[in-house]
Design a protein around this ligand. Structure first.
Ligand code: SAH
Ligand code: SF4
Ligand code: F3S
Length: 437
């Protein structure tokens, strides 16, 4: 019998890419490719890549060099680039001579064929973007090792054209997946012992399949899997509806956490970013969330130093952070992406030192807000889902609250996957320090 081939994949970028890597393992598993986490024994080395910022791409270029050392040392080893960077750079990647396969996010079904035909002098490419592909029928091979929390893609692509963002170009048009297959996948996760699923899309509120909108889907999943915690990401401020908030508020197993990327606190910048909301609208949505669920955590994404951003615009972002009091934030400085509207229309005119200084100011503010948010939790009790031993201290377990805060506590009784009641006794900016109870 032919030896099973070993497949190694490194995954970069967002949770969508994690979900896609799981699809690739499943698809190629059927063709005799076995997953390995040891690059030295891999017959095929792949990176599932991200293009969202320049430094994400630079990292991958570095990895491609490393992969080539394996390729030179062990003839026959194939190197593949998947994901958003494959889609954005296309032939350019093949022309480097360092890559045997280039496959965009909608072309993974063709990977067996591409692998079969790839060789030293015949690199293979498929970067076709589809209007239909959702990989609905594929049962992903989960790559996280704690076996507690799983990602489920509910849609692909994005129909917004935020001027800074490359995602619509790398992921194509928005399409929603059949809700029957989403519910089936969630139930199957539950049967396999998973305790939490996160429903993924670039803009989950625009999910729609045969009359079923996101609020309906959320209700359907929550009620089909009453024993599981349900999360979702990402909500777009312009689209998040009261109906979704109502469904969250009325289902105890939907986590009280909304990731609501604001990007900027200045209306002038929001308009140039082509975000279709204002500061006032955003604050209104935050107020609505807190009306329905006073205990709901809110996190965000923000970009410092977008084209033409002034100190006044920047201060508007800081004051919005202060006004909302985010529980957590992912913070970036603007990175111009080729082909986007902003790259075509606006000069990337905020100097790098100004961008980094503004970013540092936002980070310093958020660090304080995170600490304040954690201090408010001291003395409270939470049910947390155990992820496993804490990284710092093996006598402690770690796990997250519904609001997505990391807790650690001394515990010799429980294990990954248990739901445990804890009381917060102290905190750092990043962690709630707890005890059982
Ligand atoms: N669909 C999500 C965002 C996906 S990209 C949404 O609409 O919120 C994740 C985050 O990367 C974005 O929220 C944004 O903050 C950041 N980002 C996207 N393009 C960027 C760029 N060109 N420069 C810096 N950050 C960027
Ligand atoms: Fe990018 Fe905007 Fe789509 Fe998010 S909603 S993926 S930021 S274009
Ligand atoms: Fe995700 Fe990066 Fe692509 S954030 S959608 S992997 S560009």
């Amino acid at each position: 019998m032919e030896r099973q081939k070993k497949l190694y994949i490194e995954t970069y970028g967002c949770q969508m890419n994690v979900a896609d890597t799981e699809v690739v393992f499943s698809l190629l598993g059927k063709y005799g490719y076995e997953r390995t986490e040891d690059i030295d024994e891999a017959d095929v080395i792949m990176a599932n890549t991200c293009s969202v910022r320049d430094n994400a791409e630079q990292r991958i270029h570095g990895r491609i060099e490393q992969f080539n050392m394996h390729r030179r040392r062990r003839p026959g080893v194939l190197v593949g680039i998947l994901g958003c960077m494959a889609e954005r750079m296309k032939e350019e990647l093949l022309e480097s001579g360092k890559v045997d396969i280039v496959a965009g996010p909608d072309s993974y079904r063709s990977l067996p064929y591409l692998l079969q035909n790839a060789g030293p002098d015949s690199p293979q490419i498929n970067v076709h973007l589809s209007r239909e592909e959702t990989y609905s029928d594929i049962e992903p091979v989960r790559i996280d090792r704690n076996g507690v929390s799983a990602f489920i893609s509910i849609m692909r692509g994005c129909n917004n054209v935020c001027s800074y963002c490359v995602v619509p170009y790398t992921r194509g048009a928005e399409r929603s997946r059949d809700y029957h297959s989403i519910v089936r996948e969630a139930c199957s996760c539950q049967e396999q012992g998973y305790k939490e699923v996160t429903l993924l899309g670039q803009n989950v509120d625009s999910y729609r399949y045969e009359g079923c909108g996101f609020a309906d889907l959320l209700r359907l999943v929550a009620e089909s899997c009453p024993g599981m915690r349900i999360r979702f990401s990402t909500s777009n401020p312009q689209d998040i509806s009261d109906e979704v908030l109502e469904v969250m508020a009325s289902h105890g197993n939907i986590c009280r956490h909304i990731h609501l990327p604001v990007q900027s606190g200045s209306d002038r910048i929001l308009e140039k970013m082509r975000r279709r909301y204002t500061r006032e609208w955003y604050l209104g949505r935050v107020a609505a969330i807190r009306r329905y669920m006073p205990d709901c955590a809110i996190s965000t994404d923000v970009i410092a130093g977008f084209c033409s951003e002034t100190e006044e615009d920047h201060r508007a972002t800081l004051s919005l952070f202060e006004a909302v009091g985010f529980d957590a934030a992912f913070m970036f400085y603007y990175s111009e992406r080729p082909g986007t509207l902003a790259a075509k229309k606006y000069a990337d005119d905020v100097p790098l030192d100004v961008k980094t200084r503004r970013l540092e100011e936002i980070i310093a503010l958020q660090n304080r807000l995170s600490l304040e948010s954690n201090r408010r939790d001291v003395g409270k009790r939470f049910t947390v889902l155990v992820e496993g031993p804490s990284k710092r201290n093996p006598e402690e377990l770690c796990g997250r609250t519904g609001g997505n805060k990391m807790c650690v506590w001394p515990d010799a009784e429980h294990k990954a996957g248990d739901l445990v009641d804890v009381e917060v006794v102290d905190c750092t900016q990043a962690t709630l320090l707890c005890k059982l109870g």
